[in-house]
Design a protein around this ligand. Structure first.
Ligand SMILES: NC(=O)C1=CN([C@@H]2O[C@H](COP(=O)(O)OP(=O)(O)OC[C@H]3O[C@@H](n4cnc5c(N)ncnc54)[C@H](O)[C@@H]3O)[C@@H](O)[C@H]2O)C=CC1
Ligand SMILES: O=C(O)C(=O)Cc1ccc(O)cc1
Length: 366
């Protein structure tokens, strides 16, 4: 039976989930966003079935609510919900990159109609807004769930079923554990990427040719500094204590590196770099199992004659062998997506470079 899913905040993440749920289930998707243009875009492009005029009205219609506005706004909606009493049972989830402060807000709920299961799809992009939304954004990504005390196994199952079309990998974690781990591998790196860019910006004042020399390494490590500043400041402050602790550790680590350089300790430096290389290389190792590992690349293509052929011939001209190719979504006049699989990661990366160089938008899937 069709249920009503209310998506609050139709940006990159909310829009992607709305698209996915509309494409893969028979549920009715309704939406709300304070940005009128995003709401109109979602309605016009059938990303949602219809827009509701207020948050409260959406809540009263919903069987499921997905809160996908910036984290602090999601928290203020959770606080508003303390005073709302819908007539039916509503399963509520969110997509916030930080979980402890969100779960804290839910503890104050006393309405028995709402049950909360925190959510965090661990994939995204440096882009923002509904225009960048993609139904396949979370395919193969981890999707963390943090059920509240009130949530039963059946509730968790219902959320997984609602989101099954994302083809993500669900993992249940404690909020604190989630925030500590994501601060190390996601939030803190954004701060460091921005600080490296600031360093280059300062040096550029006295070395005007410097930006032209900013090559692959600098671009790789600072790619995430191009992300949405408003969203990241919100995440940093919501996960403030972890960020401060990591900064303290980082400052100590930088001081010890400085001392290695001052002492001229080449052996210790090699060992430091080797340890980092080995750990980093291990992150890319695919699990070996009965199913062979593939390295996938998603390529946006316009639905136009020849696009598929062009992509294949670009790769063939560089002698790159493709293990599999699949069209994920394609409708007339709408961007389609090709999933190209390779047997080796080096081929995946080389193909990515070739296609970007030739003007294609791509996404590496790990
Ligand atoms: N961007 C990413 O890569 C990822 C983001 N997230 C989380 O997803 C959430 C949303 O991020 P994005 O979609 O990237 O941002 P976005 O900026 O693309 O979308 C946020 C949307 O919320 C809307 N909004 C703002 N205030 C609102 C309000 N009071 N009521 C209703 N709507 C409101 C905005 O108009 C916008 O459409 C954040 O909490 C973020 O932590 C999670 C995983 C990945
Ligand atoms: O693409 C990247 O590097 C990201 O950082 C995407 C991302 C952003 C925020 C999240 O909470 C999870 C993933």
């Amino acid at each position: 039976m069709s249920k009503t899913v209310f998506v609050v905040g139709l940006g990159l993440i909310g829009g992607s989930l709305a698209k996915n749920i509309k494409q893969t289930t028979t549920n009715i998707v309704i939406g709300f966003d304070t940005n009128r243009k995003s709401l109109e875009f979602a309605e016009m492009n059938e990303i949602i079935d219809y827009a509701v005029p207020s948050f409260e009205e959406g809540v009263y219609e919903a069987d499921y609510i997905i809160l996908s506005a910036p984290v602090s706004i999601t928290i203020s909606y959770l606080e508003t919900m303390k005073n709302l009493k819908p007539k039916k049972q509503v399963l509520v989830t969110d997509v916030s990159s930080v979980k402890a402060t969100v779960m804290e807000a839910v503890k104050e709920w006393n309405c028995s109609s709402f049950t909360f299961i925190g959510g965090h799809p661990m994939a995204g992009s440096h882009k923002r807004g509904i225009q960048a939304a993609k139904a396949h954004l979370f395919e193969n990504a981890f999707y963390i769930l943090t059920p509240s005390e009130k949530a039963s196994n059946q509730d968790v199952h219902a959320i997984k079923e609602l989101l099954a079309g994302t083809k993500s990998k669900f993992v249940v974690l404690q909020p604190k554990e989630h925030d500590e781990m994501t601060s190390v591998v996601s939030h803190f790196p954004h701060l460091i990427a921005s600080s490296l860019v600031h360093q280059a910006r300062t040096w550029q004042r006295t070395h005007t040719f410097l930006p032209k020399l900013a090559a692959g390494g600098f671009r790789d490590i600072t790619r995430i500094a191009s992300s949405n500043p408003q969203m990241w400041q919100d995440i940093f402050f919501q996960n403030r204590s972890s960020m401060i602790r990591l900064l303290d550790d980082w400052i100590k680590e930088m001081a010890s590196l400085k001392s290695l350089l001052e002492k001229g300790d080449e052996e210790a430096m090699v060992s430091y770099l080797e340890q980092a290389r080995d750990f980093r290389d291990g992150l890319d190792a695919k699990e070996k199992g009965a199913i062979p590992a593939f390295y996938d690349l998603l390529v946006d293509i316009r639905d136009q004659t020849g696009a598929l052929l062009n992509v294949i011939s670009l790769l063939a001209s560089e002698d790159i062998s493709i293990t599999n190719i699949e069209i994920l979504e394609i409708r007339e006049g709408i961007t389609g997506v090709l999933r190209i699989s390779f047997a080796e990661q080096s081929l995946q990366h080389k193909s990515n470079e070739i296609l970007i160089r030739n003007g294609y938008e791509t996404m590496i899937q790990n």
